[in-house]
Design a protein around this ligand. Structure first.
Ligand SMILES: C[S@@+](CC[C@H](N)C(=O)[O-])C[C@H]1O[C@@H](n2cnc3c(N)ncnc32)[C@H](O)[C@@H]1O
Length: 401
């Protein structure tokens, strides 16, 4: 049965929230202040899920999505919202998480942004029954795409070639394929039984080929330039997915650091931040769990003629015991944020300042809470590395009390 309600807000994922008999209903693709007709598709104990049927009163913040796959493909989720309204949504989300989770009240936050399309330098697509694409929202159905307009042109050119390949070789056994397009192109094929390497290389142009993260053909690492620095990255190492915005993000981190200070760069990946700030600070120690990323980081130090950085390969939480004399500690953890042991050991280091780089404001707000007996939040800034999705990068500067 259809219902009609006003949308009162958006949740952390950008999904519209309505109330039906005092129970919350989440309705994807609806926007705040819209009056919508919807169908309840799933009833849960505390909330229901609905499917948008008709917009009776449309928000002025709604726009026609540029992507023809948008309403099916689960890759992006707020492209139906005008870009400046997307930015406001991201600001509100972070402000609300800080208010409700860490009890910190902030009126407004600056948000830095760049282009809305052609920004992604890395995508991973699933392949099944001749379909290649991202999963439809909350299903295991692949939405077949021939273009991803948030990805850069090199990725789109490679995608066309991969489509040619999978159409010609239907029994290709590829489950997932990831394309990293920086200065060169790296492809990683995920498959339990891929036998068509020659056929693949005859159709698809690449500089580096991996299968299940094992190097197979071409150069082992591809390179990416961020201002004066060049980084080499292998298949399993993390690197930021929006090149232009990464420069703005790293410039800001550098701005926050004091000259000649001693820096600890936790969750350092292939050395991205540490190398970028190395000419301003006294020294940097990076810690990262992925061995290949640390090997890349060490090579990146050599390539860039940097002589004040060292790295530890291992888990952050297990490697902080003997670390002393840190002025600023940078943390850039994955979405799950810091675990308990990491927080305890970070507190013991007793650095003057912490710069927290976060891609998930819920875990960020939780971790600020864990740190708040010793550290106070001094500044916060957002960076929109992921336009048309609900994600946003946040940088917080915290100072020891
Ligand atoms: C968001 S990325 C940040 C990378 C880097 N700071 C950059 O800007 O490129 C998070 C990194 O944390 C690493 N990681 C995840 N869990 C970890 C742990 N327990 N200890 C150390 N590193 C970890 C991941 O491999 C990944 O490289």
């Amino acid at each position: 049965m259809f219902k009609t309600s006003k949308i009162i807000n958006q949740n952390n994922e950008g999904i519209g929230i309505a109330k039906n008999n005092n129970k919350i209903v989440f309705i994807p693709f609806s926007l705040k202040d819209e009056l919508v007709t919807y169908e309840i598709t799933k009833e849960n104990k505390k909330y229901d899920e609905g499917k948008l049927v008709k917009i009776k009163e449309k928000s002025k913040e709604r726009q026609e999505p540029k992507c023809k796959y948008y309403f099916k493909c689960g890759g992006c989720n707020i492209m139906h919202q005008k870009y400046f309204s997307q930015l406001l949504f991201k600001k509100d989300k972070v402000i609300n998480n800080l208010k409700h989770i860490s009890n910190i009240n902030i009126d407004d936050i600056d948000i830095v942004y760049d282009k809305q399309f052609n920004y992604r330098n890395h995508i991973t697509l699933s392949i099944k029954d001749d379909n290649i694409g991202f999963y439809e929202y909350h299903t295991n159905k692949i939405v077949n795409i021939d273009k991803c307009i948030i990805s850069n042109e090199k990725i789109n050119k490679t995608l066309k070639e991969i489509i040619k390949f999978i159409n010609k070789y239907k029994d290709n056994n590829i489950d997932r394929i990831s394309i990293k397009a920086y200065n060169e192109i790296l492809i990683n094929i995920e498959s339990s039984n891929f036998k068509l390497i020659d056929e693949f290389k005859n159709i698809v142009n690449f500089d580096s080929l991996y299968i299940n993260n094992k190097h197979i053909l071409g150069i082992k690492k591809i390179s990416i330039n961020l201002n004066n620095y060049m980084y080499k990255v292998s298949s399993s190492a993390f690197f930021q997915k929006n090149t232009n915005m990464t420069i703005k993000l790293y410039d800001y981190i550098k701005e926050l650091l004091n000259k000649d200070e001693r820096v600890l760069d936790l969750y350092c990946g292939s050395g991205g931040i540490g190398i970028y700030v190395s000419d301003k600070v006294k020294n940097v120690l990076g810690i990262e769990i992925i061995d290949d990323a640390v090997i890349d980081a060490k090579e990146n130090v050599r390539i860039n003629n940097v002589d004040n950085i060292s790295f530890i390969s291992g888990k952050v939480e297990d490697n902080l015991d003997n670390i002393k004399d840190v002025d600023t500690l940078i943390v850039d953890p994955p979405r799950i944020g810091l675990n308990k042991k990491a927080v305890e050991n970070i507190l013991k280091i007793n650095s003057k300042r912490i710069i927290y780089v976060s891609c998930n404001s819920t875990t960020l707000a939780r971790d600020i809470n864990y740190l708040k007996d010793k550290y106070v939040l001094k500044s916060i800034k957002l960076f929109d590395l992921f336009p048309n999705t609900h994600h946003v990068e946040t940088i917080c500067l915290m100072e020891r009390k």
